[in-house]
Design a protein around this ligand. Structure first.
Ligand SMILES: CC(C)(COP(=O)(O)OP(=O)(O)OC[C@H]1O[C@@H](n2cnc3c(N)ncnc32)[C@H](O)[C@@H]1OP(=O)(O)O)[C@@H](O)C(=O)NCCC(=O)NCCS
Length: 196
């Protein structure tokens, strides 16, 4: 449990479901319904959420869900951080930063060897994430994931042989949400070109 003077970050409970879907939909705007559908579709046995609550009101959420690294020796269970959502009127107050930190600590405590995400290198790079290709990992959508966006936090339990391609559960593919497609893909590749 992580707390700050004005709000609390706590594990998501089944009773939070509607609040969480509302916060995701509001944060992601035109993509809100899609992202909320993916979160709901992951199913409770494959995911863990944290919510930010203030005075009984849920104003932020971060999701962690199960995926795998397809190593030569075995499938390795890992976690993916997605989505992170803060109510639009409460953004830029440090809440997203606190959620990402709490998610990293939750993953570390769960004993998974790696936590992955696809996202902004400037935002997540300043909050504990590192380029995953530098650790030998390959993104799930090989041709459609800008390398700078494919990031991870490696924990102590990671062993040298645990390397390979990230494999997402079906729900990511059913929603075509692994990597990006043009024109967004080309735009981000151009924006991140100087980072390669
Ligand atoms: C991204 C998000 C979770 C950040 O939460 P937040 O509480 O506003 O973030 P913080 O206050 O901790 O940090 C603010 C910083 O994040 C930056 N930031 C916000 N959204 C960003 C984004 N999509 N990409 C890169 N940087 C972003 C802001 O520019 C600001 O930078 P600064 O500190 O240099 O001014 C929130 O803006 C949000 O819910 N966005 C919509 C959903 C989304 O895009 N989620 C992330 C993809 S999974």
């Amino acid at each position: 449990m992580v707390s700050a003077p004005s709000y609390e970050i706590r594990p998501e409970q089944p009773v939070d479901r509607d609040d969480v879907l509302r916060v995701i939909a509001a944060a992601f705007e035109d993509r809100g319904e899609l992202v909320a559908d993916i979160w709901a579709g992951l199913g409770r046995h494959r995911r863990v959420g944290l919510v930010v609550e203030q005075g009984g009101h849920v104003l932020g959420h971060v999701g962690l869900s199960r995926a795998w690294v397809d190593a030569r020796q075995a499938l390795v269970e890992v976690w993916v951080l997605s989505p992170v959502s803060v109510e639009p009127e409460r953004q830029r107050q440090g809440i997203g930063t606190a959620l990402v930190a709490a998610a990293i600590e939750t993953a570390r405590g769960s004993a998974v060897p790696v936590l992955f995400l696809e996202g902004s290198p400037s935002y997540y790079g300043a909050r504990g994430f590192d380029r995953a290709d530098r650790h030998g990992f390959v993104p799930a959508a090989l041709e459609r994931t800008p390398r700078a966006a494919f990031q991870c936090v490696v924990f102590e339990s990671r062993e040298d042989w645990m390397t390979g391609q990230l494999i997402y559960p079906d729900v990511w593919w059913e929603h075509d949400a692994s990597g990006l497609r043009d024109p967004a893909l080309a735009e981000l590749e151009e924006r991140f070109a100087s980072l390669d």
